[in-house]
Design a protein around this ligand. Structure first.
Ligand code: URA
Ligand code: SF4
Length: 200
């Protein structure tokens, strides 16, 4: 039970002094990840923004507030029953997309996190994460909410909450994806919704 927690803490300690790619130069904090090491559902974003870099935690800016609201709506909570991490752990300057070479290097950390947590479901937040984890030519606007199984793990791409802030008319579709995710979790996970009553 405590084993995964210890392994993740050890990994985080190693990652906090990483200088394997150039993104280490501009960072205030490495943003390793947050959540329950025993989570059955893992959310993956692209990389830290300004607030995340300052606080050392993923999704704590405006997009993160929206993400938390959507999570709450389907009884998920970053401090209880999920785990959240990014493809790159250090903030790209001016919030540019992380370069493929930076992703190639940093994803080794994510793979280690994945190997410890061993989630049943991976939710990719936005195109960059979905392209890296699900398939390189993903069309996120068209394919969000679809589920594929890869290496025994269910994977769903969803629209990035920052994109929803720019295009609020996409929110209903994104919310439907979360409702579908809730159903997928109920069907495939054992303890994510432990103690949470069902109303349908
Ligand atoms: N956007 C991301 O993709 N990740 C974060 O941690 C914050 C914003
Ligand atoms: Fe290391 Fe990743 Fe930060 Fe690059 S972005 S320095 S690989 S932790």
């Amino acid at each position: 039970m405590e084993e995964k927690k210890k392994l993740l803490e050890e990994l985080e300690k190693q990652c906090s002094s990483c200088s394997r790619c150039g993104l280490c130069r501009g960072r205030h904090n490495v943003v390793f990840g947050v959540g329950n090491p025993e989570a059955e559902v893992m959310f993956i974003g692209e990389g830290p923004g300004e607030q995340e870099d300052l606080k050392g935690e993923p999704f704590v800016g405006k997009a993160g507030i929206l993400l938390d609201k959507m999570l709450t709506a389907i009884d998920l909570d970053r401090n209880k029953n999920i785990y959240i991490a990014n493809i790159v752990k250090c903030r790209p300057p001016q919030n540019r997309d992380p370069e493929p070479g930076e992703q190639d290097i940093c994803i080794a950390w994510l793979r280690r996190q994945f190997a410890v947590v061993r989630p049943k479901i991976i939710v990719c937040l936005g195109r960059i994460a979905a392209a890296r984890i699900i398939k390189p030519d993903i069309r996120i606007k068209r394919e969000h909410g679809t589920v594929i199984k890869k290496g025994g793990v269910l994977m769903m791409p969803v629209l990035h909450p920052a994109a929803l802030l720019r295009n609020p008319s996409d929110k209903p579709g994104a919310f439907q994806d979360f409702l579908d995710l809730q159903k997928l979790i109920r069907e495939n996970c054992e303890h994510t919704y432990d103690g949470i009553p069902q109303y349908d």
